[in-house]
Design a protein around this ligand. Structure first.
Ligand SMILES: NC(=O)c1ccc[n+]([C@@H]2O[C@H](COP(=O)([O-])OP(=O)(O)OC[C@H]3O[C@@H](n4cnc5c(N)ncnc54)[C@H](OP(=O)(O)O)[C@@H]3O)[C@@H](O)[C@H]2O)c1
Length: 288
């Protein structure tokens, strides 16, 4: 019986596979991907590459055959589509006889959160619980990696902009979240029906983040508190879909209310060390 990771050709999925290979043999690992050709490198390592898509229950059920534990990595779509996709993945796991579902959720999942994607995660968490299968919920905070998108503009203009006010957000590197997932997948029986809040070591403001970028690059960078409508206009102009613009805008509205400032020690308990700080992450990312 294998341990399977969905979305293994995505950024988080690839990192989970990398960290899991440090813990269990390649021939105990399977992945389910929408485009198997993109996973040739994983097949070459001895990983069982399967074709799966959350839009196709029969295909997904076939992909989950002979799998004991599955990591369902949340997909990317509008709320109604994604809720349906995640429910399909859970239904497929149950139909295929999977014993344990691990799911990448979000910190503080709520139906009424300003970060609109939060409602998807609440629905999926509840659906997993109702499935009756063993489960582990990984409530991931926001990727520190997302902050790097604003760096080229900040270095060009000196301005690091966001509609964040002085909100604190517990950003955490994606690779740390992947390692926490791998720890759970390597010994799922130690984490039956557990929920983990996986946050950074502290909440950081965007003014602090601008300071980290300035320190790492030696260039003058200051935080600019963008009006919400300017931020929304920029995201729309670069072609992001409406549901993503709504979610990213809402993230800052919620953050200003203190939604993403709660620090948890769960990462340290799971992995045995603190996550990399945002300052260190930015320093190392901009040095390479
Ligand atoms: N906590 C945060 O800050 C944060 C930020 C961004 C996203 N997220 C969430 O975390 C997930 C993983 O993050 P990431 O950085 O790895 O994103 P990513 O690189 O965009 O990867 C998303 C993965 O989801 C897969 N996927 C999309 N639709 C699917 C479907 N219908 N059926 C099966 N798989 C599907 C994609 O498959 P392909 O490889 O075939 O495209 C891809 O592997 C995201 O999808 C999103 O839900 C969290």
């Amino acid at each position: 019986m294998k341990t399977l990771i969905t979305g293994a050709t995505g950024q988080l999925g690839r990192l989970v596979v990398k960290h899991l290979l440090d813990r269990i043999p390649a021939n105990d690992i399977a992945v389910s991907v929408r485009t198997p050709a993109k996973a040739d490198d994983l097949a070459a390592k001895g990983i069982d590459v399967r074709h799966g898509d959350f839009d196709d229950l029969a295909l997904m059920t076939e992909a989950f055959k002979d799998v004991e534990t599955v990591l369902i990595i949340s997909a990317e779509a509008d709320n109604a589509t994604r809720i349906k996709q995640h429910r399909t993945a859970v239904d497929a796991a149950k139909a295929a006889g999977v014993k344990h579902i691990v799911y990448t959720s979000i910190v503080d999942p709520r139906a009424d959160a300003d970060f609109t994607y939060s409602a998807i995660h609440l629905d999926t968490e509840n659906y997993i619980k109702q499935s009756g299968l063993n489960h582990t919920l990984l409530r991931n905070s926001f990727y520190a990696d997302l902050l790097l998108a604003g760096v080229p503009h900040a270095l060009e203009t000196g301005d690091f902009g966001a509609p964040a006010g002085d909100a604190k957000i517990t950003y955490i590197p994606r690779t740390d979240l992947a390692e926490a997932a791998a720890v759970v997948l390597a010994k799922p029986d130690d984490h039956i029906n557990a929920t983990y809040d996986l946050t950074g070591t502290k909440g950081v403001t965007h003014a602090e983040i601008a300071g980290y970028i300035a320190k790492a690059t030696g260039k003058p960078v200051r935080y600019v508190d963008l009006p919400a409508e300017v931020h929304t206009g920029i995201l729309t102009a670069i072609g992001l879909p409406g549901h993503l613009v709504e979610a990213l805008s809402g993230l800052y509205v919620g953050a200003k209310k203190g939604d993403y400032d709660t620090v948890s020690q769960d990462f340290k308990t799971l992995v045995g060390r603190a996550p990399q700080s945002v300052e260190d992450f930015i320093s190392k990312s901009l040095a390479s």
